[in-house]
Design a protein around this ligand. Sequence first.
Ligand code: SF4
Ligand code: ZN
Length: 269
Amino acid sequence: MLEFDDRIAVAVSGGKDSTSLLHILAKIEHNYPKASLVAVTVDEGIRGYRDEALRIATENCKKLDIQHHVISFKELYGYTLDDIVKRLKEEDKSGVTPCAYCGVLRRKALNIAAREVKANKLATAHTLDDETQTIFLNLLHGDTSRITREKPITDEVHPKLVQRIKPFCEIPEKETALYAYIRKMRFQDLPCPYASEALRNDIRLFLNRMEQKHAGIKFTIFKSMEKITLATEKIGGKEEITECAKCGEPTTGEICKTCEMLQQLKMLY
Ligand code: SF4
Ligand code: ZN
């Protein structure tokens, strides 16, 4: 995943997984004088939640002497997630969860932030648990194209897309948490007030039950999907990436998912 001279942007939310990742990468990077590390945090604008996480992220960066770059939904899109949730209620889009918007908007924000700090790698703290849950979530949503796009190392397909890596993709969440506790790190433990992905929670419970009964099953699922992704790429090829007609950011459609979502809510910046 990493080269000796990478400039790595680490996506740090302030939670235990990303805090562990930051500490571990800082430790590794220390031995590579030509590599550099910078933390990036997306401030979605969730009152009473993200503000505390941001403070914790800043604190950890100071402790490790790592540059910290913050990018916000407000400055990028003109609205906070709180504004978007309010509009969702007004438009009566009760079937769409705040997470659906937040995930898409944050993905784009992280890529922009990584570019701003001139990183050539963007490391996120997705664990084995996140990865296997996402496989099932995409399957159950019928989102087949996304299943094969979620890879531990993305392809370098567009100059505006910073290559994403997931160093924890084979590490169970229990272990990243344990590391954070053992090293006595400070992280945010508070759940997001919008956390509402009922289906993901059901999948989490199911996978945890399966893992308890059949140790190693999450790892098997992850590895199976890796093989399926490779095979699908050989048959179907890869999607072509162009630039969004509205914002110029990389996309597979005419306009990117962020612009599409904000347009639907009549909130396009
Ligand atoms: Fe965003 Fe949902 Fe995560 Fe909250 S739980 S930060 S709304 S993705
Ligand atoms: Zn766009």
